[in-house]
Design a protein around this ligand. Sequence first.
Ligand code: AMP
Ligand code: ZN
Length: 335
Amino acid sequence: MSELRQDPVTGVTTVLEPERAGRPRDHVHPVEASKDATHCPFCAGHEQSTPPSRLELSLPGESAWTVRVFENLYPALTAGDDQEWPAEIDAPWPYRGTTGFGVHEVIVESPRHDDTLAVYTREHAALLVEAWASRIREWREDGRFASALIFRNVGAAAGASMSHPHSQLIALSRVPEALLKELGNFSQDATESGRCVLCGAMSADDAGERIIFDDGVTAVHSPWAAPSPYFMRIAPRGCSATLADATAEERASLGTALVAAARAIKGALGEVAYNLVVHDAPYSAQHAGLPFHWHVEVFPRMGDQAGFEWGSGIYTNVVDPDVAASVLRAGLALE
Ligand code: AMP
Ligand code: ZN
């Protein structure tokens, strides 16, 4: 019998239907072979092919960059220095629209084209997280934006157009709907029970043995109401609103947890397409002191989100999160 499960953090409802699973491997999208790196604009030595660096971080003892940030050459959103706010655009009633106001940056994660998150050293992964936190802080200080989103697309099925390892930041002048919904869930639980809903979900997933990685600072779970097969949620054990203010220890621990999640996917499913999204407290919520517990979602792209999901906003998952946890743990042990 299928079950309808609801995630208390995202509010998303999922139909868990493991009896409908074919072999899980039928659903995954392998990452296509990497294209010729000769002309890759993200490779070391090709810096002239991208906009100028906004941040370069190097490993201790190295002079060359390891992580490099610049504006996206084809930005989804832009904000001129003298522009304070998006402008309303003429829209045919009853539509509404504004200019695409925001920031879109590329964070190149490695000088090497064929690097993957699964093989970053602890120091390298910590440097990547330092870059993320630094860019979130940068746009918070700017003052014109309401939220910043960090994400990572791996493989064409996950929306990636470049194979060189990279992540991206988009800052917006408004809070996206998914985050608004989460904010509401955090606030509601804090008001009703004085607890953090994600701390509660983590305890339940600890008790259910759905832990994939845990170093006492950061944990990776296969959450009880996972919306898709092998979905993982990574969060700090300490309840804090933003990665921007994480300590160096917390950043290094997140880096290690990210590598563990990537290794778990690789060991369990092979080189498959996946997305990674950082859910950080909107700037507006940070300023207002609203409750939030930052976290990261990592999910292989499976081919089973179709018409029903688009039409209903309800997800379907054919892999029981308890089974996913043991498969991912085994995958991580293999790597
Ligand atoms: P993705 O499509 O997720 O792989 O992200 C790669 C991003 O890199 C896209 O959003 C592109 O717009 C951006 N991009 C592609 N070429 C360049 C370049 N030469 N300089 C800066 N950004 C680029
Ligand atoms: Zn490259």
